[in-house]
Design a protein around this ligand. Structure first.
Ligand SMILES: [Ca+2]
Length: 333
């Protein structure tokens, strides 16, 4: 149902839509978008009230961490992931090798983002971005994304009627925003197009490239679930470890829930063990630093997270998201 309120809010822009659109098109022409692409994409296109409604929607209830992870790392998703990895092995294996990111992590993000390419969103990306750019709430962000989306069409990576995505403009099987497309999409099969919608080689290459550019370590995993000392006092002391003094601004919210970094040797000395009680891995040639994360509180599971966990956070700055990707990747190993 179209929300009348949403319709009213999209009209908050004091500039009439037709005037706004004419001005936008002029800017797009200056940016190198052709009249042909503008005619093809904007013909009869009007703002989508449904998009504004979704943009205003408050989550109806907050899932607990357990519920979130159960849903995201469900037995069916694990089963489908294993099947998909086999089905696409001819493309996934060489892509992962080429880009130097373990294939289970590429598959896991693919699974988390679009259920392995089966749910990429059916919104017309240009229409969604145009709506959100015309709307006043975050217009400058979405205007920039819209201009980039038009340039993607101009460069012929995908046909205008096939450029679909989420209601907020995240595109293709890895859900890239247009600016991310220009920064990280990767033409893995070398046909001159970065087709993150229907070409799996490019999908895997692009997800892998995103991780690679953000500091992925192919010789390491994401981290591990660990066992803290039984002694409650010792346990509390670990939980109380100073949090990162200056988490990066780009993902402050999630990273401020992590402890300070210590080496695996130091964690071992503090009494932290593998889940089965055995010693933490002894790393001889590189010094793995890890942070302690307990997303479900002191009684919940404890995780030591490595650099790759932080890289996953750049894809989506949420500890539960990154943990979902991580735990799913373990199941896809
Ligand atoms: Ca390609």
């Amino acid at each position: 149902m179209v929300n009348a309120n949403a319709q009213r809010q999209v009209e908050d822009n004091p500039v009439p839509f037709e005037t706004w659109l004419a001005e936008l098109k002029a800017e797009a022409l200056q940016e190198g978008v052709s009249q042909r692409i503008l005619d093809l994409t904007f013909d009869g296109l009007t703002p989508d009230p449904k998009v504004v409604e979704l943009d205003r929607r408050q989550p109806e209830f907050t899932q607990t961490a357990e519920e979130y992870l159960e849903k995201r790392v469900s037995p069916i998703r694990i089963k489908n992931g294993r099947k998909k990895m086999q089905e696409f092995a001819d493309v996934l294996d060489p892509s992962a090798k080429n880009i130097a990111v373990q294939k289970r992590f590429i598959a896991s993000i693919w699974g988390m983002e679009t259920n392995y390419g089966t749910y990429t969103g059916n919104y017309n990306v240009v229409r969604s971005l145009m709506t959100l750019a015309y709307d006043m709430r975050r217009s400058s962000f979405f205007r920039k994304e819209l201009l980039k989306a038009l340039l993607i069409l101009e460069q012929g990576h995908i046909a205008p009627d096939q450029m679909t995505g989420s209601w907020a403009g995240a595109m293709g099987q890895g859900q890239f925003m247009p600016t991310s497309f220009f920064a990280y999409a990767y033409d893995m099969d070398g046909d001159g197009k970065k087709n993150i919608w229907t070409d799996e080689a490019d999908v895997f290459g692009s997800i892998g490239n995103y991780l690679s550019v953000h500091g992925w370590r192919p010789d390491q995993t994401w981290g591990r679930e660990v066992k803290l000392p039984d002694d409650l006092k010792a346990r509390q002391a670990l939980v109380d470890l100073t949090h990162e003094p200056n988490p990066p601004k780009s993902c402050k919210r999630a990273l401020s829930a992590h402890s300070k970094k210590y080496s695996l040797d130091e964690w071992q000395e503090m009494g932290v063990r593998n889940l089965d009680g055995s010693d933490l891995p002894k790393v001889t040639n590189s010094n793995i630093e890890a942070t302690l994360l307990m997303p479900m509180g002191i009684d919940g599971p404890a995780y030591l997270t490595y650099q790759n966990f932080r890289t996953i956070l750049t894809y989506n700055c949420s500890n539960l998201y990154a943990l979902g990707v991580s735990l799913l990747s373990d199941e896809l190993k």
